[in-house]
Write a protein that binds this ligand. Sequence first.
Ligand SMILES: C[C@](O)(CO)[C@H](O)COP(=O)(O)OP(=O)(O)OC[C@H]1O[C@@H](n2ccc(N)nc2=O)[C@H](O)[C@@H]1O
Ligand SMILES: Nc1ncnc2c1ncn2[C@@H]1O[C@H](COP(=O)(O)OP(=O)(O)OP(=O)(O)O)[C@@H](O)[C@H]1O
Length: 342
Amino acid sequence: MTASAPDATTPDPRTPGGPAGGPEVGAAPRTASATAPAKVNVQLAVGPVRPDGYHDLANVFLAVELHDRVTVTETAAEAAADSGGARVSCTGPGADLVPADATNLAWRAVELLAAHHGRRPDVAVHIDKDIPVAGGMAGGSADAAAALLACDALWGTATPRDELLSIAAELGSDVPFSVVGGAALGRGRGEVLTELPVSGPFHWVFALADGGLSTPKVYAECDRLRGDAAVPAPEPSPELLTALRDGDTTGLAGALANDLQDAALSLRPSLADTLAAGLAAGAPAALVSGSGPSCAFLAPDAASADRIAAALAESGTCRAARVTTGPAPGARVVSAPVRGVH
Ligand SMILES: C[C@](O)(CO)[C@H](O)COP(=O)(O)OP(=O)(O)OC[C@H]1O[C@@H](n2ccc(N)nc2=O)[C@H](O)[C@@H]1O
Ligand SMILES: Nc1ncnc2c1ncn2[C@@H]1O[C@H](COP(=O)(O)OP(=O)(O)OP(=O)(O)O)[C@@H](O)[C@H]1O
């Protein structure tokens, strides 16, 4: 599927020698690509709502080996102005759900990094999507992280890591983790990261749902369900951190926790059937991934993960099931122009 197909006036960023539109007539447009991973929140402890509308978290992120790839290609300044600045195309599952305009998180990343360096955001952005859209797996955040790294490589701006991470935090609470990857504890609204020691691999099955869930609506439902009840300060579970460090699947299975799960189930009751189907298929633990609606199942090994995925796919309780592992590295540049060569 294509959200915004490249046309005669839009250079196809997947084709460096494609239609003219680059900064030098006759030269192939310069291009760079980066990938970034999906995440599962192995613990998501949600504190009370803050005055700014966010919630303080103890958010234990684990990156998994599902990736989006973002390619940025230099365009002529006039071409970017003609299209209102935003030049985003997307292919892959759910591409039709990804905005092709200036609200796309990858485009916002391009604009913020360009402004940070006092330059124009004269690039076209192409997203190869593999992370489920609006699935609670930080797909948009991954695209933003990959776009930051790809533009930094294309422009040769060598942005220091701390500056990249603070731009990432401006884009969204999950974006810094998409840059960092591995495993990390997110405090504050999730953007203040401490990297965590992690072994592995941990084997996961993700049950993907039709349609997304809106993150703000899930947080609001969590508040509604809590009513006036006192909410403790969110803290990471020592048992969970030990299990992550030791690569202990049984320990991790016993400690998985998501304070948004009841809210996601309240908004999408059918997810209870999905969770039950994975547990019945032998998964030692199941939880809603982040704000949902994807559901995550731990498996003891790769063969069990395949069996659980097959059972989920046959259960009729999800759109599809994907097998993967974590941890995975954070966003990284996978192709970049050789500096000084046009
Ligand atoms: C559910 C998670 O994916 C778990 O990692 C994140 O907390 C959400 O991160 P995100 O999608 O990057 O979210 P943001 O773009 O920063 O915020 C979107 C909306 O989610 C709610 N939000 C988000 C993070 C947070 N700590 N508290 C919140 O209440 C707010 O309504 C906010 O307006
Ligand atoms: N590059 C992008 N990819 C996907 N969605 C995007 C992107 N940019 C903006 N969006 C918007 O963000 C919404 C959430 O999509 P996304 O895939 O990031 O959800 P998510 O995985 O549930 O996020 P999170 O786990 O961080 O809460 C989409 O419905 C879409 O409208």
